[in-house]
Design a protein. Structure first.
Length: 483
């Protein structure tokens, strides 16, 4: 018994070393415990039970060696083997400890499964070799090549089905779910491949034994299917609970010089039965002003904007006006050292437009935004007639999307109108944009969703008083859609 125990430990050590070596190879590290346990189980030469023991020993060794290597890496990078955890929250430490213990236990279990499979494979070879001296010489049950081919095909098919199924079911619960789906698929595929090979190479007179094995396999499949079904229901409930549909309407005005008595009419979202974004904008909008980092600490004075819905010759539009928008220029020099760079304020007299390290920025960028939650899912793939879009719009044309990432994605171009009336210096540049988003979002391993985006844009120079043609572009069906 002592010699057997020593041999089991020896085989476990060999398998553990093999697993650790494979653990440094990208992707292979996910199945390194299975392979290391398989090596130990095959060397043990004591069927599935003895192989499982050797595989478990290999798993324990891999966990210990992994901890030692992690400690060495910490010591080299942080200068200490045990980083301070005095300031860490107890809940976080408890979760980290539980996850670490779970990973260790899982590694040992997978290695034990690998050991059992290695033991089965070795026993099949040994028994088949004994049978080859008798029954196989007189006909047997088929060639080794056919047995290997059939078992490999069965294993690969099982891997593909299980990996895809587990990854899809866990997607709403774990991100990235493939880190669980792939190893589970590999374990299932390896089990089926080894089991199939043992079945194909079985000895005569063992059919009753294999019927019992088949019933056990059927029970495992049923339990596994029920488990996946339960997890799928939980995942879908979580995705449904996180599902949210929102509209966002944003107007941006950017000027690099002071504007006197500015008034803008910008495209407004059309109304639907339940969505009245234009009314919400006029009642609740607030603006944000982009102030450069080189601006003085007190920042620019606030602007007293007013908002209204107006009827025009192009339909209903949103009016944004103010008495005056005072815009200041800020000059800077870009400074950098070996590790970082930053902007350093300079006087206007120091500024040299020919010096690439110098630049100028302004505080004339404004954004006006409102959001609204929808009670039902938004039709982001085909919003025409059912969802708000920007108006006015003329000559809408289907075009090829600049970046086609999704099959559902569609793009359109059109013309719109913007009214601008303000006094300014001749060289003042002003841009006005209106953007409307409709989004559906939910949590599925990470945040997923889809949206449509409608945008108009016009760029002006110098003082203005009248209607301007704006360029419009609409993109629908962008993102992922739930089945």
């Amino acid at each position: 018994m002592d010699s057997i125990a020593r041999g089991t430990v020896r085989n476990g050590i060999i398998g553990g070393i093999a697993g650790v070596v494979l653990g440094v190879v990208p992707l292979v590290l996910l199945v390194a415990p299975l392979i290391g346990g398989g090596v130990a189980g095959y060397l043990e030469r004591r069927d599935a039970r003895g192989g499982a023991v050797a595989g478990a020993i290999a798993g324990v060794l891999m966990a210990l060696l992994g901890a030692v290597l992690s400690g060495i890496v910490l010591a080299v990078r942080l200068g200490t083997l045990l980083p301070s955890v005095a300031d860490a929250p107890l809940a976080g430490l408890a979760i980290a400890t539980a996850l670490s213990l779970g990973a260790v236990v899982g590694q040992i279990l997978v290695a034990a499964v690998g050991g059992a499979l290695g033991g089965i494979l070795e026993a099949t070879h040994r028994r088949r070799g004994q049978a080859d001296t008798g029954a196989m010489k007189s006909g047997g049950r088929g060639s080794t090549i056919l047995s290997i081919t059939g078992s490999v095909i069965a294993g690969v098919a099982t891997f593909a089905v299980v990996a895809v199924a587990v990854t899809a079911v866990l997607d709403p619960l774990i991100w990235p779910s493939a880190l669980v789906g792939l190893p589970v698929g590999v374990v299932a595929g390896a089990a089926v491949a080894v089991g199939s090979y043992a079945f194909f190479r079985r000895k005569p007179g063992t059919d009753r034994h294999w019927r019992a094995v088949g019933l056990g396999v059927l029970a495992v499949v049923v339990v596994f299917g029920l488990l996946l079904g339960g997890l799928w229901v939980v995942g879908q409930d979580r995705a449904d609970a996180s599902y949210e549909s929102t509209y966002e309407y944003e107007v941006t005005v950017e000027a690099d010089g002071t504007l006197r008595e500015p008034t803008f009419y910008v495209p407004a979202p059309t109304d639907t039965d339940d969505v009245h974004l234009s009314d919400v904008f006029v009642e609740d909008v607030r603006y944000d002003r982009d102030t450069p980092g080189v601006a003085p600490g007190e920042g620019p004075s606030p602007v007293n904007f007013s908002y209204a819905l107006v009827e025009t010759e192009h339909g209903r539009m949103i009016e944004i006006s103010a008495d005056r928008i005072e815009v200041s220029q800020y000059y800077y020099r870009e400074v950098e050292n070996e590790t970082m760079g930053w902007r350093e304020p300079i006087d206007a007299a120091e500024y040299d437009s020919d010096d690439p390290s110098m630049g100028v920025s302004h505080d004339g960028s404004f954004s006006f935004t409102v959001t609204m939650t929808a009670e039902e899912s938004i039709d982001t793939a085909d919003p025409f007639g059912t969802e708000p879009v920007l108006a006015p719009r003329y000559d809408r044309t289907r075009i090829e999307c600049p970046s086609q990432y999704f099959d559902t994605q569609r793009c359109y171009s059109y013309q719109s109108r913007v009214y601008a009336d303000y006094g300014a210096a001749e060289g003042t540049s002003v841009s006005v944009a209106a953007t409307l988003y409709g989004r559906n979002e939910w949590f599925s391993g990470g945040w997923n969703g889809n949206e449509y985006r409608d945008r108009t844009f016009v760029e002006l120079r110098g003082p203005q008083s009248g209607w301007q043609v704006a360029v419009g572009d609409l993109e629908t069906g962008s993102g992922n859609y739930r089945a």
